[in-house]
Write a protein that binds this ligand. Structure first.
Ligand code: 0RA
Length: 643
């Protein structure tokens, strides 16, 4: 912190800037953007885009252009009012724009009435982006003038905001062009797919806002325009596109009261999973919260009341449970409120109690109205829920059966599990291995104290196409559930998981890839918490081996092979493609894939549950042309596939 100047007269604006400067951001970037890895890098983009979206929400911006420039910098241009350029009352001699870019949390501090900050992913402000950039160029079109100010080396202004020309005719707006600081971030390469996914969701959540994306990097050129006049109705349609919808219509209602508003869009599909995705001020609330609670409570009431009124549920019948009603439901709940409280492990849970009653009231009134007005669809919803309740009872029997069988089985562990000796879950790992022969080498390669092996025979059941009762009768799935030891589906309790890491180990070929996808789908659908809390990993056995002198080198993929050739320009041996895990000796398998000190694991994360949901449906569902298209366009994306 700056020492206070002695002469009182010299205590002025510059001292304040020192006190409130950007250094803390550079000292602890993680506190402001979560990490300095790829997620943190992309937060920079979200922060700038969120500012522009706020301007759109305030009603002043209709279009946002996000461009990754040829040199790798990111540029965000909006057609809002433009950040104010006049002198800031509290900072004599400095423009408001300079303050917004150099003072933490300055974004909403002025403008009084005019500017209510709402989004801002973490509300940290665009000054954080400036602090973590090697260079940032701010452009503002306002009052007919084009203004510019350049910042360098973590947000140092290079002079004052200046008029450098006139604004294009009638244009107002802000442009921010920034180059992330390579000394702060592990890597500074923006991933187009990540940016696109986020921009599309932004466009869904902000009806009629046009968001354009362009990648100008050589060899990676791409362009995309997102604009949805239906808003979240279009979002629901999009999500159900990969599924068979129960009816054509998508329902919608909204309600607002002082300081907060809710929008809901919904449609059922013929599948067995619920996919309710909720957002608060455009931020995904992956852990749910008050808005989801209000919705769930009300939809259960409304549908039961409706079913009884129409005599689709008789007096003697039990009420339908919420889970019966939500089977196959795709819904988006989007709320906006003044001071969102994000809680929970990943700050993905909305804590504001007042929003619960708003969503509950809105759903009670308006969903009931929708059912009255759409009797055909209403009947279909009830019929599906009744079927689901019957399946639920059958599933309970299957689950009880599984439990009883396990109880008879001594410790309740499946016979083919080769368990580890440690009983401390924090250090234990479970390798799920495809095929018996690979299972054999994995057994020899493991550290028997901390590493357990569960061989899986052939392809497991595709859980996307079966209801819970059938899923639980499958022996491979029973073995998985028993080995992990934390129950399944509604009964799943992540605190009981017997291993810290659940690692999928399958061949690097098409079959292995299919097995991996089936397993990931199973975990995502039936043990969602396991995935969300980061327990699931994919092992990465090498794809190539080659001899360097007498030493065998292993290379994970084509990228590693290319790098190897760059480092060994004189390398003459033709590379060997490893076909399967079974081909490796146990010591090779240990050294390349299993030994915690040498291996590289891929952690499975679900940044956007809606997206993972969609991917599961596409990969495991019935729509073959759509699946083919997905695989062709995403084949290089190692997160899910490596065909
Ligand atoms: C403060 C006050 C006003 C607008 C903005 C900030 C503003 C910030 C950003 C960041 C990206 N695009 C932006 N657009 C606007 C209100 C200005 C007024 O009252 O005219």
């Amino acid at each position: 912190m700056a020492e206070k100047s002695k002469g009182s007269a010299s205590y002025g604006a510059s001292d304040i800037t020192v006190l409130e400067g950007l250094d803390p951001v550079r000292v602890r970037p993680g506190m402001y953007i979560g990490s300095t890895g790829p997620a943190g890098l992309h937060h920079l983009v979200w922060e700038v885009v969120d500012n522009a979206v706020d301007e759109a929400m305030a009603g002043y911006c209709t279009r946002i252009d996000v461009t990754i420039l040829a040199d790798g910098r990111c540029q965000v241009v909006d057609d809002g009012r433009g950040i104010p350029v006049d002198e800031h009352p509290q900072y004599p001699g400095k423009s408001a724009a300079e303050i917004v870019l150099t003072v933490l949390h300055a974004g909403g501090k002025f403008g009084g009435e005019g500017y209510k900050v709402s989004g801002g992913l973490h509300g940290v402000g665009v000054s954080v982006v400036n602090a973590l950039s090697k260079e940032l160029i701010l452009g503002i079109d306002r009052d007919g003038d084009h203004h510019e100010l350049i910042f360098k080396d973590g947000g140092k202004p290079q002079g004052k905001l200046k008029v450098t020309g006139s604004a294009p005719r009638g244009r107002t707006g802000t442009s921010v062009t920034f180059a992330p600081d390579p000394t702060i971030f592990e890597e500074i390469d923006f991933r187009a797919q990540t940016v696109l996914e986020r921009l599309q969701i932004m466009a869904f959540l902000n009806r009629s806002l046009e968001i354009r994306f362009e990648d100008q990097r050589p060899g990676r050129e791409a362009k995309e325009v997102f604009k949805y006049n239906g808003g979240i109705v279009d979002y629901v349609r999009h999500l159900n596109n990969s599924k068979e919808s129960l009816f054509r219509k998508v329902g919608f209602y909204e309600q607002s009261e002082e300081g907060q508003e809710v929008e809901v869009a919904f449609q059922w599909n013929t599948g067995y999973y619920e996919s309710i995705h909720s957002f608060a001020n455009g931020i995904s609330t992956i852990e749910g919260g008050m808005h989801e609670e209000g919705f769930r409570k009300a939809i259960t009431n409304v549908v039961n009341r409706y079913a009884r009124k129409r005599n689709l549920l008789k007096e003697k019948d039990d009420n339908l449970l919420g889970e019966d009603i939500r089977e196959g439901l795709t819904a988006i709940i989007s709320v906006r409120l003044a001071e969102p409280q994000f809680e929970g492990q990943t700050k993905g849970k909305l804590g504001n109690v007042s929003i619960r009653s708003l969503v509950e009231r809105a759903t009670n009134e308006k969903l009931a109205e929708w059912l009255e007005e759409n009797p055909k669809e209403g009947g279909q919803v009830v019929a599906k829920a009744v079927q689901a309740s019957r399946a639920r009872m059958a599933a309970r029997q299957a689950r009880d059966l599984t439990r009883r069988k396990n109880a008879l089985d001594g410790a309740g562990l499946p016979g083919k599990l080769v368990d580890c000796s440690s009983r401390d879950p924090r250090e234990c790992e479970l390798f799920i291995v495809e095929g018996n022969s690979a299972g054999g080498s994995a057994k020899d390669a493991r550290d028997p104290r901390t590493q357990a092996i569960l061989p899986i025979r052939g392809k497991i059941l595709n859980v996307e196409k079966a209801r819970t009762d059938k899923i639980l009768k499958n022996t491979e799935i029973q073995a998985l559930v028993a080995a992990i030891g934390a129950g399944v589906e509604a009964d799943f309790d992540v605190s009981k998981v017997r291993y810290d890491k659940i690692i999928l180990l399958a061949d690097a070929d098409v079959d292995g890839s299919h097995i991996r996808t089936l397993l990931l789908t199973f975990f995502f659908r039936q043990m969602t918490e396991l995935v969300n809390s980061g327990h699931v990993y994919v092992a990465q056995p090498p794809l190539y081996s080659t001899l360097v002198g007498k030493e065998k080198s292993y290379l994970r993929d084509d990228g590693a092979k290319t790098k190897f050739l760059e480092q060994h320009p004189d390398h003459k041996n033709e590379f060997q493609r490893l076909k399967g895990l079974g081909e490796m000796d146990y010591d090779e398998l240990r050294d390349t894939t299993m030994d915690p000190t040498k291996r590289a694991l891929l952690q499975i994360t679900v940044e956007q549950a809606a997206l993972a949901d969609e991917v599961c449906s596409i990969l495991m569902g019935d729509d073959v042309p759509q699946r083919r298209h997905f695989i062709q366009t995403n084949a290089k994306d190692v997160r899910f596939l490596d065909i």
